[in-house]
Design a protein around this ligand. Structure first.
Ligand code: AMP
Length: 214
């Protein structure tokens, strides 16, 4: 059983790298942002509670986030472990998490602000299946259409200049200190997220002493 946390600014490749690890090691990938987006898209009560906060690039309240994470992990569908992405994002969330779970490793994807902006503004999302694209590195075959399901590609509501600035501010102020907290108790692997997807994945595996990708 392996339990990992992946931390990094927007566009640092958390989702992509998590999926690669999850697929290979049979881990469940838990993305708090994806859970919230599902609720917004499906017009649930929770979706209505978080929609505006998300669009503005603000952080959702700790109580609400912790409840969502607790409910998700209580499903116990993670026989081989999990990799959690987008959580914790504040010291309080990190403390809550450390009290409840033993973590095997924390992957920290490091990316300069200028590159964060460049990548996030080029990001597109399938409105039907949620698949992620990037107009710089990972273009769809047919412009504006998802390669997997043919759905329309849209820009995330929170991928605007203003929202990125706000999210980066929160990230630097709140998330970086939790790395110190994890650093004291856990195994933090800091990886330069600038190189190619394959190269970042190889460095992560190396840092976590995992076998190379299958
Ligand atoms: P993400 O897809 O991880 O960038 O998350 C999208 C948005 O969901 C964030 O900008 C926040 O508004 C909200 N969110 C996701 N995870 C958290 C968290 N751990 N704490 C607070 N807000 C969160």
């Amino acid at each position: 059983m392996r339990k990992y946390v992946i931390i990094g600014a927007q566009g640092s490749g958390k989702g992509t790298q998590s999926l690669l690890l999850a697929r290979d090691l049979d881990l469940v990938h838990i993305s708090v942002g994806d859970i919230f987006r599902w609720h917004v898209q499906n017009h649930t009560k929770l979706g209505a509670q978080v929609r505006r906060t998300m669009a503005a690039g603000e952080l959702v309240g700790d109580d609400l986030v912790e409840g969502v994470v607790r409910d998700r992990l209580e499903q116990h569908d993670w026989n081989y472990g999990f990799i959690i992405d987008g959580f914790p994002r504040s010291r309080r969330q990190a403390e809550f998490f450390l009290e409840s779970y033993d973590i095997d490793g924390v992957i920290h994807l490091d990316l300069p602000d200028a590159e964060v902006r460049r990548r996030v503004l080029a990001r597109r999302l399938c409105s039907r299946c949620g698949m992620d694209y990037n107009l710089i590195a990972d273009r769809p075959t047919q412009e504006g259409r998802c390669d997997v399901c043919g759905g329309e590609l849209v820009t995330r509501e929170d991928d605007t200049e203003e929202s990125i600035t706000e999210r980066l501010r929160h990230y630097r102020a709140k998330t970086t200190p939790i790395l110190e907290l994890f650093g004291r108790k856990e195994y933090v692997v800091t990886v330069d997220a600038t190189p190619s997807i394959e190269s970042v994945q190889a460095t992560i595996r190396d840092g976590l002493r995992l076998p190379a990708p299958r």
